[in-house]
Design a protein around this ligand. Structure first.
Ligand code: SF4
Length: 683
């Protein structure tokens, strides 16, 4: 019997935990702790523990598929790739702007880098995006405007040094369990945990202070907390004076939000707002964590900027135990953004609209005619496909038929395409609509790097062979590029690609193989090989041109859709401990799926009683986009007037109900956390 222990990085949430995959005679049989990894020190949540279970599933894609007469037929790689290359060439020659590309936060940095380079150098468009748009696009846009860098300011470990940990719009215990462990380490040393959330989540249940508020009223709550802090003279005057601009405008604006006024908007009692403000402001070191409860709104970017305002006002930036910390949902959502899988930037957030940077990338890549026109975002791509303006799409490792808003619209958009290529590990709901399906390696079969939510760049290592004829994502994309006549994709390994990445991405420049091999790896920015990496940003100055943090005076704006007589509830969506995103991997893990095997709608006990709904009874939830049938979970863990549906489950897909019509003006985020809904008992 041959046993191998292969150290690698978890394929699920953005915490980036390390563990050993155990290979016995060519099959993965489990995971074992990797105690020297400082992210999780040998600890794991259930998803990490059972992450190997889907790898050997019999329904893995093992050969390319081409749709003929409405049915998939197995094909050779030559047949499939020649077809893809010839169709994309033909369509690009007509108009490259009629093609769109979805990259993937599940895939490695090397896969994402290769994919966006293909889109830019071979196709000639910037129509490349990925589902960060639907999770943390506003974090990137908001933090870039206030701090000059759109990333988590502090490391995970830093949170353990907080005196107060403020969670707003994040159920960290369930979604980022190994980050939650750091909050508990702080609590064990006497720190207080504050949670603001419309649901009494497992995180809220362990908090010292729970602030239940109406979904979509974050700005009013945060402005009111700042109103109290300034009124009490608790602002950090020295920090405000020396490190920031825009304070006077902010101070004037928050005067409009005394707690009694904010109570009318948020539903939070004025005294509770005061208590929260004082608790946060009086801490020596307060860290603020947020996730999609903050970002998934048409005011997502403004919500993010409000969190920056609060942290700067109290001087809680640049030290251990402080910071503004967006917890990225997917394993490599930070890396996919860093690699330029975004319609506005090359790798390293270098703007495609900046002529000097276009010139730089043209020289670095040895190409010509890079487009400087920003491309379309995820939701814009679907709208354009629906309208017939996008005619071809290539999707790598994403499943918009579950993850995107308004699924009926998404289905119509994808069916409207002349040509759809999907590259994935399973025949997902999206792959079923494709003309060509390309089988890829899972994370356990790949070498490469992921960049976690704390900007830590870590290796993943191949622990087992991929099934059938599946291949590396970067190799498939490179093969298509070469068949389309490019000679810029002669990569032989992920390491070769990483060497090119660090040559064009300033934040990664100092990351060589020897340094990344160490369990602690490196946090970006790491501009040269002598630089130690940067676990905590903005210690001395912000990343803005003048080094100052920028206060933004932001007024509360109501959500794009509000409850009315016909649709009297606020529907909000989210995630569960045992599942991950569109469920394509966790629902194929026997152990995880056994824990929660289908979706549900959470409804408050009193709301349910008025509608005659009992626990576990089937109900119909309806919005202006569509309706689903789903079992009710009657509970006091959610405020009255709000219902919650997890979005992992295709058979009762929450995104049948959400809207993609209104978008955040900065980050193009739809109103995923607030939809007006009705609910009725099914007879
Ligand atoms: Fe994986 Fe996140 Fe769980 Fe860590 S906390 S084991 S990274 S899912």
């Amino acid at each position: 019997m041959e046993i191998q222990y292969v150290p690698t990085t978890c394929p699920y949430c953005g915490c980036g935990c390390g563990f050993n995959l155990v290979n016995v005679d060519g099959k993965l049989v489990g995971v074992e702790p990797w105690k020297r990894n400082p992210v999780n020190e040998g600890k794991l949540c259930p998803k990490g523990n059972f992450s190997y279970e889907f790898v050997h599933r019999e329904d893995r894609l093992t050969t390319p598929l081409i749709k003929k007469g409405g049915e998939f037929v197995e094909a050779t790689w030559d047949e499939a790739l020649d077809l893809v290359a010839s169709k994309l060439t033909e369509m690009k020659e007509k108009n490259p702007e009629q093609l769109a590309f979805l990259s993937s936060a599940r895939c490695t940095n090397e896969d994402n880098y290769t994919f966006q380079k293909f889109v830019r150098t071979v196709i000639g468009t910037n129509n490349v995006d990925h589902c960060a748009r639907l999770c943390h696009g506003p974090s990137v846009a908001g933090l870039a405007q206030t701090f000059g860098s759109g990333a988590m300011t502090n490391s995970l470990e830093s949170c353990a040094h907080s005196d107060v940990v403020f969670l707003i719009g994040t159920n960290t215990l369930e979604q980022h369990p190994l980050m939650w462990r750091r909050a508990l380490q702080a609590k064990a040393k006497g720190a207080k945990i504050m949670v603001a959330d419309p649901r009494f989540t497992p995180s809220a249940k362990q908090a010292d202070l729970y602030i239940p508020f109406k979904s979509g009223t974050d700005v009013a709550l945060l402005n009111s907390m700042m109103n109290v802090i300034i009124a009490e003279g608790l602002e950090d005057k020295e920090f405000v004076e020396n490190r920031t601009t825009g304070y006077e405008e902010l101070k004037e604006m928050v005067k409009k939000y005394p707690p009694e006024e904010a109570e009318k908007i948020t539903g939070v009692p004025a005294d509770l707002i005061r208590e929260a403000a004082l608790m946060y402001a009086k801490a020596d070191n307060a860290s603020l964590l947020f996730s999609m409860g903050i970002t998934q709104h048409t005011v997502g970017t403004e919500n993010v900027m409000s969190t920056s305002n609060l942290a700067m006002l109290t001087g809680n930036i640049g030290r251990p135990g402080t910071g503004v910390n967006p917890l990225r949902g997917q394993n490599n959502v930070q890396g996919a953004c860093d690699m330029g899988a975004l319609p506005v930037s090359f790798p390293g957030y270098q703007a495609v609209a900046n002529e000097e940077l276009v010139e730089k990338m043209t020289c670095s890549w040895g190409c010509s005619d890079l487009s400087c026109k920003p491309g379309l975002t995820v939701v814009e791509i679907m709208h354009a496909a629906h309208a017939g303006d996008i005619k071809g799409m290539y999707i790598m490792g994403e499943n918009p038929m579950i993850s995107d808003p308004d699924l009926q619209h998404v289905g119509e958009a994808l069916n409207n395409l002349d040509f759809l290529v999907v590259q994935d590990i399973f025949l997902t709901e999206t792959a079923e609509l494709a003309d060509v399906v390309l089988p890829a390696y899972s994370w356990a079969e790949k070498d490469g790097t992921f960049t976690s939510t704390e900007r830590r760049v870590q290796y993943i290592r191949k622990a087992v062979e991929g099934p059938g004829e599946s291949r590396d994502d970067w190799a498939i994309t490179s093969d298509i590029a070469t068949r389309m006549g490019s000679d810029l994709f002669k990569f032989n390994s992920a390491q070769e690609i990483f060497e090119e990445i660090r040559s064009v991405t300033p934040q990664y420049a100092g990351m060589n193989k020897e340094r990344l091999e160490k369990p602690e790896a490196l946090h970006w920015p790491c501009p040269d090989e002598e630089h130690p990496g940067t676990p905590i940003l903005h210690a001395e100055k912000f990343s803005t041109p003048d080094g100052l943090g920028v206060f933004k005076a932001i007024e509360f704006k109501a959500p794009a859709e509000n409850p009315d007589e016909e649709y009297p509830f606020i529907l909000t969506t989210g995630r569960l401990l045992f599942h991950w995103h569109t469920g394509s991997m966790t629902r194929r893990s026997e152990t995880l799926n056994r824990e929660v095997s289908t979706g549900f709608v959470e409804i408050n006990t009193e709301d349910a009683a008025k509608l005659g709904i009992k626990n576990k009874e089937m109900v119909k939830v309806k919005t202006r986009r569509g309706e689903i049938e789903v079992p009710a979970k009657v509970t006091n863990d959610i405020i009255q007037g709000t219902v919650f549906i997890p979005f992992h489950f295709a058979e009762c897909a929450a995104n049948m109900l959400t809207s993609g019509d209104a978008l955040d003006p900065y980050a193009k985020m739809p109103e995923l956390k607030v939809s007006a809904a009705s609910i009725e008992k099914l007879e």
